[in-house]
Design a protein around this ligand. Structure first.
Ligand code: UDP
Length: 479
């Protein structure tokens, strides 16, 4: 069998241990397994314990696949959400993953062709250099966001960040490809800090990351040419091997269909999926429901959740809402939920703690997606052809929502507003008043997304090129 051939390439994939990075990296791992490469995926024990069974079943058919895990050093019930929680889990994981990877690369008998590593995990770049192994960076964000990172260094240097409160709607100057529509308001949330010292820390982090990626063999992006062509061209002027191979979830489905695999793609969800909402959707008319989901990391104040909830009830539309157990800061802090909200929800709402998001978006009853504009959610909505109502929380989400509302025109941007009247109005805009225009541009983009992952499409060809390049590395290494 091919995976036992000593010249079969062996790639090691290391995602940042968070849902939005783990999911696309498992999709990429499976795509590489389908190409008969040997694949090791290194994650945290926290992630491993939560996905163990489903992943074991999903990858059992690939004898060349191995899953390894190391602790992130945090207690199991540590909230790995919000800005601080995310950062703590990344740092904790990097601390233990580094010696683990070193051991793996030094051990006799483990030959590693190439490392495929998330852009935030700088330790792997040093080890790749030390052991003379090519490293390809994976970025689970848009091309635009990665491009912007490089310019943030300059914007901070020129003291244009932090910007003044009154300049929120001013265009960001001198960022090629973005400066005709990106406002200060649309910069990543951390640019809103007023503290110069925090800015300088960020500047260093971005500068290091951009430097590491420019030294990498290549860059893998979960995006596609028809979505981000102009930005991908700009990126290629700095980084010659850019593999845009997304949307990865749809790409994997397509390649599995080609193999005539009957097994479904099981989830890499860190939470137990509540499928019951699909039967609730079955009973609703076509395109009548707004799906509300804020991903895996967003946290809300109790006041914010109440405004959104009131808005949903006042919209008089059906709504399906994912309220993760750790979504609200301080949990249910004893304040009783107003009776009118509970009544309104009983009539028109369905609340679950974690949904089968891709299946929900593909359901005919869903007409809109109120989203935090995480990159995976954005791509999943595009593939399903569902217009978005964006309420970004942090990091790249402010940029993504600007693209959705202003550039691609496939949704509305509700950024920085958390008001029941606005929510109710905009839900009606997406489901009724602006439905036709949004659906028209969304249908075009959705079609382009599907085309990109079918034979001859840009993402399809780019993945073949990536696999070919890895195979060449293995042949050269064997010389
Ligand atoms: N997701 C899901 N069920 C939910 C909420 C989210 O399966 O109820 C998945 C969603 O399909 C996406 C991922 O979790 O693949 C969230 O990633 P995204 O980049 O959108 O946001 P993040 O969690 O990183 O903020």
């Amino acid at each position: 069998m091919e995976h036992q051939n000593p010249f079969t390439p062996h790639v090691v994939l290391i995602p940042t241990p968070m849902q939005g990075h783990v999911t696309p990296t498992f999709h990429l791992a499976e795509l590489l397994c389908l190409a008969k490469l040997n694949v090791t995926l290194l994650t945290s024990t926290y992630v491993h314990q939560r996905i163990n069974k489903s992943i074991e079943a999903r990858f059992a058919r690939y004898p060349g696949f191995k899953l390894e895990a190391v602790s992130d050093g945090l207690p199991d019930d540590y909230p790995r959400t919000g800005k601080d929680g995310c950062w703590a889990s990344i740092q904790g994981f990097a601390l233990t993953a580094q010696p683990f990877l070193r051991e793996m690369l030094s051990s006799v008998g483990t030959s590693v062709t190439c490392l495929l590593v998330d852009g935030w995990l700088g330790f792997a770049n040093n080890l790749a250099k030390e052991f003379g192994i090519p490293l390809i960076a994976i970025r689970c964000f848009s091309a635009a966001y990665y491009w912007l990172d490089a310019y943030l260094v300059k914007l901070i240097e020129d003291e244009r960040i932090p910007f003044k409160e009154e300049d929120m709607d001013k265009l960001v100057e001198n960022v090629p490809g973005l400066d005709t529509f990106l406002r200060n308001r649309d910069l990543p949330s951390f640019c809103r800090t007023k503290d110069r010292a925090t800015c300088l820390g960020l500047q260093q982090a971005f500068a290091d990351e951009v430097q590491r990626t420019s030294e990498a063999y290549g860059l893998i992006l979960n995006t596609f040419e028809d979505l981000e062509g102009p930005l991908l061209s700009l990126l290629r002027s700095k980084c010659p091997r850019v593999y845009s191979i997304g949307p990865l979830h749809s790409h994997l489905k397509h390649r599995l269909d080609e193999e005539k695999t009957t097994l479904p793609i099981s989830s890499s969800s860190l939470w137990e999926v509540d499928q019951s909402c699909l039967s609730w959707l079955d009973k609703k008319p076509a395109e009548s429901v707004i799906y509300v989901g804020f991903g895996s990391l967003t946290i809300l104040e109790k006041e914010q959740i109440l405004e959104i909830w009131e808005g949903l009830v006042q919209s008089n539309k059906y709504f399906l809402w994912v309220i993760r157990p750790n979504l609200v800061i301080g949990g249910e802090n004893g304040t009783p939920t107003p009776t009118a909200l509970l009544e309104g929800t009983k009539e028109r709402g369905c609340i679950v703690s974690w949904a089968p998001q891709e299946a929900v978006l593909a359901h005919p009853a869903v007409g809109g997606f109120l989203t935090h504009s995480g990159w995976n959610s954005t791509l999943e909505s595009i593939t399903a052809g569902v217009p978005m109502l964006c309420w970004p929380y942090f990091a790249d989400q402010q940029v993504n929502s600007r693209y959705v509302g202003e550039v691609w025109k496939i949704g509305l941007d509700m950024k920085d507003k958390c008001d029941r009247k606005v929510v109710a109005e905009m839900v009606n805009d997406v489901l009724d008043r602006k439905k036709d225009e949004l659906k028209e541009s969304m249908a075009r983009m959705s079609e382009a997304a599907k085309k990109s992952v079918t034979e001859g499409g840009s993402s399809y060809c780019n993945l073949d090129r990536l696999i070919q390049d890895i195979k060449m590395m293995s042949i050269k290494g064997a010389d």
